[in-house]
Design a protein around this ligand. Structure first.
Ligand code: P5A
Length: 440
């Protein structure tokens, strides 16, 4: 991508409305734009990051055996009257009427709709276990939308829904998502701690929130400091291995970790004083086992091996991609801007032409740009005629992991500088070596 032809509306000044660093940086780098309170557009730079986050989520959901579909944002009120949540959901639900005066709503979640799909299409236990997910916009009319897309009214959610014949089967489905979540967040460079959590309006009694420790987080959490030492499940984890996944679950849940609603003072006090951690955190995922709450109310049942009808056991599993992006920034930035983990960076590398118009600089930049693009890298080429100092500031601000700096003096020697955004380390090398470094 040539910066001269790209759309990157960088702000020079710090936006006044932004209270936390991720919100400030997302606005300054032109990743997002507020359209009305708690409702955002994702501009091209932000969209690139969001797509990479979603890709990791998809890969890990698919690996665990979940299957993707797409449900609509607008739902009919009837479904929610069946489950009893139409009235219970209160003011957070945005209610709409269509031209025939039929009550509709902008979905805050999809338990009812997926249960409706299930009951009208699945008849036998032989189709189970089944886990269906989508990545779709949701709307919750939050009292206090704030911190940009961290807590917005319209937001993206990956929501998965599992169906099993028995409670034991449903527990394995829960462990599959638990394991997939540990991998998903780790791949984004995050350490998300699973904590016992309250189930709120979703219901049920088994639930974990995945929380990233951060001072600006909205959740108050209590945990054992040992979470840094735990293993992340491997890519080749066998998701059909019931005992293996139970072991992963047991390891992670053997150490005390709870949100404030589920906090057990006595259990926390039992931890030696120097090992206790009471902190703040950002909830990036939340999983629930709620058994037959919706399947019972809405008549979702299958014929079992015994020939009788069985109400299915369900769980639901959410991740907030539009919250994850600012959470990653909260966890990874410095005074100059964002430091993207490679897996979610909007570009892999930025090529900075310090003197656009200079024949040797232009030629070297074009060569590097073409070679890296051919190799499948996402390359941003700063070919604008801005001052070099401004180009460096922009590159640091938008946080691309590697910068290749091409200037007239060094290119006369056939050399360029390669800078690592995270460490700040700079190395001088030949054009070929720079290309190999990024491809390596
Ligand atoms: C689980 C999937 C549910 O809604 N039903 C389907 C269950 N869970 S949840 O905890 O309420 O939401 C899941 C995740 O969505 C993100 N999220 C938000 N992100 C941005 N702004 C919001 N206002 C918002 N509300 C929820 C969170 O990441 C949450 O864990």
């Amino acid at each position: 991508m040539r910066l001269s032809r790209y759309y990157l509306p960088i702000l020079k000044e710090n936006p006044k409305e932004a209270e936390i660093v991720s919100h400030r940086l997302m606005l300054r780098t032109g990743m997002i734009r507020q359209q009305s309170q708690g409702i955002y557009s994702w501009l091209p730079l932000g969209k690139r990051v969001l797509d990479k986050v979603n890709r990791i989520i998809r890969e890990e959901q698919d690996r665990s055996g979940a299957i993707e579909l797409l449900m609509p944002t607008l739902q009919s009120a009837e479904l929610w009257q069946e489950s009893g949540r139409y009235d219970a959901y209160g003011k957070e639900m945005l209610r709409i009427k269509d031209r025939q005066d039929r009550p509709m709503l902008y979905g805050p979640t999809n338990e009812e709709m997926i249960t409706d799909i299930f009951r009208s299409t699945v008849k036998s236990y032989k189709s189970l276990p089944l886990n269906l997910y989508h990545i779709q916009l949701k709307f919750r009319d939050e009292i206090r939308p704030r911190f940009g897309t961290m807590r917005s009214r319209e937001f993206l959610m990956k929501d998965a829904y599992s169906f099993d014949l028995t409670r034991e089967g449903a527990e394995h489905s829960y462990n599959k998502m638990f394991t997939a979540y540990l991998r998903t967040f780790a791949r984004m460079g995050l350490r998300a701690i699973p904590m016992r959590a309250d189930t709120g309006p979703i219901g049920g009694n088994l639930s974990h929130e995945f929380i990233i420790l951060a001072d600006t987080g909205e959740s108050e959490v209590f945990c054992h400091r040992d979470f840094v030492n735990f293993d992340i499940p491997a890519e080749d984890t066998d998701f059909d291995d019931v005992g293996g996944l139970k072991k992963i679950f047991d390891q992670w849940t053997s150490v005390y970790a709870a949100t404030s609603e589920m906090h057990d003072e006595a259990a926390f006090d039992a931890i030696p004083e120097g090992e206790r951690l009471s902190a703040r955190g950002i909830e990036v995922g939340h999983i629930f086992y709620f058994g037959t709450k919706y399947s019972e109310a809405m008549g979702a049942k299958v014929q079992g091996p015994d020939g009788k009808e069985h109400i299915v056991h369900m769980g639901s599993y959410g991740i907030g991609p539009t919250r994850l992006v600012p959470a990653i920034i909260e966890a990874s930035h410095d005074e100059n801007g964002i430091i993207w983990p490679a897996s979610v960076a909007p570009f892999d590398v930025v090529v900075i032409n310090m003197k656009a118009g200079d024949e040797a600089c232009d030629k070297a930049c074009e060569e590097i740009y073409a070679a890296l693009t051919r190799a499948g890298k996402d390359v941003l080429y700063d070919d604008t005629d801005d001052r070099a100092g401004q180009k460096f500031a922009t590159a640091d601000l938008i946080g691309v992991p590697t910068q290749i700096i091409v200037g007239p003096r060094s290119i006369a020697q056939g050399e360029v500088e390669v800078k690592d955004r995270k460490t700040g380390a700079r190395d001088t090398m030949t054009v070929e070596a720079a290309i190999n470094r990024v491809n390596g």
